[in-house]
Design a binder for this molecule. Structure first.
Ligand SMILES: [Zn+2]
Length: 418
C-alpha cells in the first residue's frame, strides 16, 4: 500500500480521482505487485536468433523452443486509467465547427499520468475519419464502448508432474485453470474474421472476448483445447508453420480441423525471424508462400499473420499488406484490444501501423491478464459514457447529423480477485 501511494498517487491526483476509481487503481496496483513477484511475463522481448521448431508434437517444449529463453521483464503494463485516444490528439475536422459548445475537441483526451505502471506503453488509434469513427462507436447495432478483447498466445502445455524449464510453457493444471477462469469470467472466443470486423468497423462481438492463438505446430496441444472448444462453442486460432510437410502431420491437422473449431492463420513458411538484415526475398517467402498451402489444406486463405518470434520491420509490415493480411500479431504483451485503441510501446509505435503490430498476452500470465482486461473495459465504458455529450456536440458541429443516443447498459457482474 505504502509503495503504491508514494509511487503513483500524489495529492493532486487524489483530487482528480473519484474514490471508486481509486479503489480500482489500488486493486490493480496490488495485483501488479503480485504479478511482478510471481509472474514475470507482462512484456516479452522477441528474440532475434533463428531456431525454427523441429517437432511436430509440440507438447515437449525442448523440441520446439524457438522462443524459450525469451527475455521476459517484470515490467507490468496496465494503465491506471484506461484512456481512449480517439483519433490521435489533433483531429482535423472536415468542416469547421459552426457553433461553440464550450467544450474541447472530444479527441483531445486528458491522458491520465500512468506512472510506473504504464511503462512506456501508450494506446494508439488508427482510424483517420473522426466522423465515421464516432458513428461506429455509438451505433447501437455495433459493439458498445468498453467491449474488449484479450489476445492470448499459447505455446507448450506440460504434462502433469513434468518440470517446466522454459518461459513459454505452462503446466497442464494451469492450462485447465486458465480456461476455466475465462469461462467463469464470462469470456467468449472470437474468430479472425470477427476480430478484423471488430477492430476495423466495431462489429458486434461479445463484450468480453478472447482471441486465443496457439503458435507453431502443436497438434498435441490443439487436442487438449478441443473439448473446451466443443463444449463452449469456442474457436482456437492456430499460428501455423508450413515447413514441416510430412503427410501424417497434415492429415492429423485436417482431421482436427473437421471439428469446425479451428481457425488456421499464418506463422510463416520456415518460421524465420524477420529483422532489419533479412532480405526481401526471405520476407516474401515467409509472408506469401504459406497462403496457397493453407488454403489448399483448410479451404481458406489466411488473413492474419503471426510474426515468427514476434519480430517485424517496416518493410515486412508493408509486404504483409501487399500479401493481403489484414492484421498481424507480435509477441509483446502490452494490454488488451479495443475498437480504435491498441496499446503499444516504442518498438511497435515507430512502425506506425497498430493493426499490423498487435500485442498478445502470454499464456503464463493469462489468469491475471483476463481479470485486468475486464477492469480496463469497464473503465473505458465509464469514460466513454462520460464523454458522450462532448462527442455528440462535436459530431453535430463537424459531421452530418446526430450521433445515436448512448446505449443503456446493464451493469455486468464482475468477479474480482480474492
Ligand atoms: Zn513461433
Amino acid at each position: 500500500m505504502k509503495k503504491f501511494e508514494t509511487t503513483f498517487v500524489n495529492q493532486s491526483m487524489m483530487r482528480r480521482i473519484p474514490f471508486p476509481l481509486f479503489l480500482v487503481f489500488t486493486w490493480m496496483s496490488l495485483v501488479l505487485m503480485g504479478c511482478e513477484v510471481n509472474q514475470k511475463n507482462w512484456t516479452s522481448t522477441p528474440q532475434t536468433t533463428v531456431a525454427p521448431p523441429s517437432s511436430a508434437e509440440g507438447n515437449d517444449p525442448s523440441s520446439s523452443s524457438h522462443t524459450s529463453g525469451a527475455k521476459n521483464t517484470s515490467t507490468a503494463i496496465i494503465p491506471e486509467t484506461p484512456v481512449e485516444t480517439g483519433i490521435d490528439s489533433n483531429p482535423t475536422p472536415k468542416i469547421e465547427p459552426t457553433q461553440n459548445y464550450g467544450t474541447p475537441s472530444p479527441f483531445v483526451w486528458e491522458l491520465f499520468d500512468p506512472g510506473d505502471l504504464w511503462e512506456d506503453v501508450e494506446p494508439k488509434s488508427y482510424l483517420q475519419d473522426a466522423c465515421a469513427y464516432l458513428q461506429m462507436r455509438w451505433d447501437p447495432e455495433k459493439s458498445h464502448p468498453g467491449t474488449i478483447v484479450a489476445p492470448i498466445m499459447f505455446h507448450s502445455v506440460r504434462k502433469s508432474g513434468r518440470q517446466i524449464t522454459d518461459s513459454t510453457s505452462i503446466s497442464e493444471e494451469y492450462f485447465h485453470a486458465v480456461l476455466t477462469h475465462a469461462l467463469d469470467l464470462g469470456y467468449e472466443t472470437i474468430t479472425s474474421e470477427e476480430l478484423i470486423a471488430f477492430l476495423t468497423k466495431n462489429a458486434k462481438i461479445p463484450e468480453r472476448s478472447m482471441f486465443m492463438v496457439l503458435d507453431d505446430r502443436r497438434p498435441g496441444v490443439t487436442e487438449r483445447f478441443i473439448p473446451y472448444l466443443e463444449k463452449n462453442d469456442w474457436t482456437l486460432t492456430l499460428g501455423w508453420i508450413i515447413e514441416d510437410q510430412r503427410e501424417y502431420l497434415w492429415k492429423q491437422m485436417e482431421d482436427l480441423y473437421t471439428s469446425g473449431r479451428l481457425d488456421v492463420q499464418s506463422h510463416g513458411y520456415w518460421h524465420r525471424y524477420i529483422v532489419e538484415e533479412t532480405s526481401e526475398e526471405v520476407i516474401r517467402e515467409e509472408l506469401f508462400s504459406p497462403i496457397p498451402i493453407i488454403e489448399e489444406h483448410f479451404g481458406k486463405p489466411p488473413i492474419i499473420f503471426i510474426w515468427p518470434g514476434g519480430n517485424f520491420t517496416s518493410q515486412s509490415v508493408e509486404l504483409a499488406h501487399e500479401a493481403g493480411y489484414q492484421l498481424a500479431f507480435t509477441a509483446y504483451a502490452r494490454g488488451p484490444l479495443m475498437f480504435n485503441w491498441i496499446p503499444q510501446a516504442e518498438e511497435e509505435s515507430k512502425i506506425g501501423d497498430p493493426l499490423m503490430t498487435l500485442p498478445r498476452f502470454w499464456s503464463t500470465t493469462a489468469w491475471i491478464n483476463l481479470e485486468q482486461t475486464i477492469a480496463v473495459g469497464q473503465e473505458a465504458l465509464a469514460q466513454a459514457l462520460e464523454k458522450y455529450p462532448e462527442e455528440a456536440a462535436w459530431y453535430r458541429a463537424n459531421c452530418a447529423g446526430e450521433l445515436p443516443p448512448p446505449p443503456v447498459i446493464e451493469p455486468t457482474e464482475t468477479q474480482t480477485p480474492e
